[in-house]
Design a binder for this molecule. Sequence first.
Ligand code: TNX
Length: 550
Amino acid sequence: MELLGSLLLAAFPLALQTPSNESQPAPWLVIPQPKSLAYMDGEFCPQEGLAVRFDARVQWEAEFLAERLREFTGFPVPTVREELRILYPQEIHLEVLDSESNPTQYQLLAHPERIHVAAPGTAGVWSGIQTLLQVWPTEPQACLRACLVTDEPRFAWRGLHLDVGRHWFAKDDILSLLDWMAVHKLNVFHWHLTEDQGWRLEIKKYPKLTSVGAYRASTPPYGDRRGSDGERYGGFYTQAEVREIVRYAAQRHITVVPEIDMPGHMAAAIAAYPELGNDDIPDYDPQVQTHWGVKPYTLSPKEETFAWIDDVFEEVCDLFPSTYVHVGGDEAPKGQWKQSAFAQSVMQREHLHNEDELQAYFLGRVSKLLEKRGRKMLGWDEIREGGLAPGATVMVWRGWNHAVAAAQAGHDVIMAPTSHTYFDYYQADPKTELTRGDEYECIGGFLPLEKVYAFEPIPKELLGSEAAQRILGCQGQLWTEYVKTWDKLEYLAWPRVCALAEVAWTQPTKRDWNSFQQRLRPMLARLQAAGVRTFDPFAEPEPAVPAGQD
Ligand code: TNX
């Protein structure tokens, strides 16, 4: 990055600002906080005649930027190829450098006469555009303070997870979430597509996965976990919709990682194809589940099941170019395998000592099915139980100990702990939230914004060690048992996602809770102006109404 710094400054010599008493234009309030931000003398004042000059490798990004700038300024903002000699009165130059450096870093120079975003890769240019759009003056005639930003992400994996199994959400809502992820420089969308309560991904070879598995007979109403609303509920994504979502994400430098959760959390698929389950046990009656919690139905370790998984992966890998495929592995009770004579016979045949080892055998086979397609297996931390498949990446949700052990054993790790990243937990005191109505019900827990902000993804046991490099990053979780509407999803997500983004991107030395709160105000205003519902962390708590006076 030193090299980049000298490059841009040599091209546009400008004095770094010396402190003065004159009132300064607005500071750059950016989330996540960049690595370095140095103000300079002067301002950039957008005027008609502004154009975006681009390297051919970032044509789409240039068009995206120009479109936003047209909305902000009301001017026509043309785009022009880098090599064309037409000069515009004001230019924003998007440059991809010929450099071997980390392609995700970027430098953004806002000079009084022109703006230059330079990066060794297209991802860096995209991040620079996001920074610029956050600080672009929104008032007519307003100017942008001259500044040099030098920035790069702390972690390569900056994710957000969404469970569409418990509740289904419309494609356009998912696209809007991807838009806001991009604003926050998040780059992985972990799409949890299958659950006990619904299978949501069209698989052409197995149509009953969606015709049967995508629908359940009823759902518990808010405030009554054991109840049933008696209404058939469901939905799924066609392959055409999935391709659209994956392409939309890719344009925004976001990878969509699909999750097909197995061998547990599979009741909906087993209801569709009962032969996939442990059908030799008494009272076997698989149904798409109508209540939340951990369910007994698991896939049976039959050859037919592995062949089915292989077929499903064929379509999944065709739809999702991601290197990683998430295979879940969480919360798979071993009761049915204990009862099933067939599962027991597989344990004998494979010389396995217990059902945990059977799960490890199962996931080892699954891992090979991905490997032969050039993909990598990712799973929740339970995949460590009974022995971890070589090369598997572990997503840690329970405790730091799982991260330490997996990293020390040479596995890559992604941090997604309940303690700091479960955005289905209450964001404010559950007592006050519940007085607002049953629809404010959450699964439980309490995860205020400040705690998300204080999250340190690298376990302290690994600090300073080689194994710390194994922590690829972190992500927020949006589980949706208690999320029936997109409006509620947004209320839970925001602004906790803003804090998570800063945890994932910004160096810990640059993290500052007071500064974050200051930078959060304009971000909340932007979200709300765009119609996104957010929790308001700045609101005064409502005074409790004394009994008998309401
Ligand atoms: C645990 S995290 C689960 C999910 C639930 C979530 C609710 C994980 C791998 N499994 O099935 O939705 O808790 O917070």
